[in-house]
Design a protein around this ligand. Structure first.
Ligand code: F6R
Length: 359
C-alpha cells in the first residue's frame, strides 16, 4: 500500500508530479484555456477572502501574492479559528474561498457558515469532494491530489497551490490583465520539475542528520517564498518536534536575529529572483553571527551566494511565479529526513490528527 516506500509521507511526496498533473488536467484544456466551474465569474467579483487552517493557510498566503500581482485583486487571508469569531465585515462583491484537504476541519466549516449570505459566492477548494465543506460551498474546486494518508500534508499542498494559481490566472484573464509570459506552458512543465526537485533528496538526507541535533531552526523566505518558509517550519515541528519558526527574510533584523548563534541553523528558501541580492545580505548577517545557513536555491543562486554557506540544496531554475510550488518539495523533505534521523513517527506524529473535526 506504500508502493515500496517506507512511509506514506514518502509515497505522497513522490506522487506529487502525478498529482499536480492530474490537477492541471482537470482545469487546463489542451488549447491552454483555463476551465473553472461556470458559476465562478471573476468579472462579478472585486475581492477575495481566503480562509484555512495549518498548511492550507499557507496555500492561501501564497495565493495572495498571485491574486494581487497577477490579477490585481485585493485579498484577505486568515486562519479559520480567528476569522470565525472576529466578525469580519464581508462585502457583497467578495468571493470567499475555503481551502481544506479533508473538507471537514471544524473551524474552516464554521468560517464558511459565517460568510453565508454575506459573500457573493463561497468556493470550497478540497481534496475530498464529498466532504462537508464541499457540500456547503456554492462552487467546489477539487484539487485532485488523491487520498492523503500521512498526517502531514504534502501533495495536497502542492495541488492546492496549482489550483489557486490557475484561479489567479483565470481572474487576470477575465479582468484584462496580461498573464506572465508563457505561464501556462511553464505550468505544464511543473510535474517534471517537481520530479527533479524530489531527486535532490541526497543532499537533503546528509544535511538532515545535522538538523536533527538542533534545538531551534529558523526558515527564511521573501515574497511568495515567505509562506513556504512558514510551511517548512510547520512541517519540521510536526514531524521532528524541533522548534522551528518561519520569518519573512526582511523581518530578521527586527527581532529574530537575536536568536542566531552557531547552534541555530537557518534554512533560506531563495530562488535567484529580483530579490535575491537582498536575501544574500540577510544570509551574511546570519553568517556573521556564526549561524549555519542552509540555502535552497537554483544553480545561479548557489554561485552568487558565495562562500560561507554551510549547505546548499540546488533545485532546477524556473519562472518566479512557479517557485513556491517547487520549493515546497525541499520544505517537506527537510522535515521528513530530519524526522527519520531523529527516529520519530513520520506518518503519525504525536498529538496530531489527520482531520480536525473539533474546535
Ligand atoms: C500540516 C497539516 C495541518 C492541516 C490542517 C488543515 O501538515 O496537515 O496543518 O493542514 O489541519 O487541515 P485541512 O486541510 O484538512 O482542513
Amino acid at each position: 500500500e506504500k508502493d515500496g516506500h517506507k512511509h506514506f509521507m514518502a509515497k505522497e511526496i513522490a506522487e506529487q508530479p502525478t498529482a499536480i498533473d492530474r490537477a492541471l488536467a482537470n482545469y487546463l484544456a489542451q488549447d491552454n484555456s483555463i476551465v473553472l466551474p461556470e458559476a465562478l465569474d471573476f468579472s462579478q467579483i472585486e475581492r477575495l477572502t481566503l480562509v484555512a487552517c495549518g498548511t492550507g493557510y499557507y496555500s492561501c498566503l501564497v495565493a495572495k501574492y498571485w491574486f494581487e500581482q497577477i490579477a490585481r485583486m485585493p485579498v484577505e487571508v486568515d486562519v479559520a479559528s480567528e476569522f470565525r469569531y472576529r466578525e469580519p465585515p464581508i462585502s457583497a462583491d467578495t468571493l470567499a474561498v475555503f481551502v481544506s484537504q479533508s473538507g471537514e476541519t471544524a473551524d474552516t466549516l464554521a468560517a464558511l457558515r459565517y460568510t453565508e449570505g454575506k459573500a457573493k459566492q463561497i468556493a470550497g477548494l478540497v481534496n475530498v469532494p464529498e466532504s462537508s465543506i464541499a457540500r456547503e460551498s456554492d462552487i467546489v474546486l477539487p484539487i485532485k491530489a488523491g487520498p492523503e494518508i500521512s498526517v502531514a500534508s504534502t501533495k495536497a499542498f502542492t495541488c492546492q497551490l496549482t489550483v489557486l494559481l490557475l484561479m489567479a490566472l483565470k481572474a487576470a484573464e477575465v479582468r484584462g490583465h496580461a498573464l506572465p509570459e508563457n505561464v501556462l506552458e511553464d505550468m505544464r512543465a511543473l510535474p517534471g520539475l517537481v520530479h527533479q526537485a524530489i531527486a535532490a533528496e541526497n543532499s537533503i538526507q546528509a544535511m538532515a542528520r545535522d538538523l536533527a541535533g538542533a534545538r531551534d531552526v529558523i526558515f527564511l523566505g521573501r515574497g511568495a517564498l515567505y509562506p513556504i518558509a512558514l510551511e517548512g517550519a510547520l512541517k519540521l515541528k510536526e514531524l521532528s518536534y524541533i522548534h522551528a519558526e518561519g520569518y519573512a527574510s526582511g523581518e530578521l533584523k527586527h527581532g529574530p536575529i537575536a536568536l542566531i548563534d552557531e547552534t541555530v541553523p537557518v534554512v533560506v528558501m531563495a530562488p535567484r529572483d529580483a530579490l535575491f541580492e537582498k536575501t544574500v545580505s540577510n544570509m551574511q548577517e546570519v553568517m556573521a553571527r556564526g549561524g549555519k545557513v542552509i540555502l535552497v536555491t537554483d544553480a545561479e543562486g548557489a554561485k552568487m551566494a558565495g562562500d560561507g554557506v554551510h549547505a546548499t540544496i540546488v533545485l532546477p531554475a524556473l519562472p518566479d511565479v512557479l517557485a513556491p510550488i517547487l520549493y515546497a518539495v525541499p520544505a517537506q523533505q527537510i522535515a521528513y529526513y530530519t524526522a527519520i534521523a531523529k527516529g520519530t513517527d513520520v506518518d503519525q506524529p504525536r498529538n496530531l490528527a489527520k482531520s480536525v473535526t473539533v474546535e
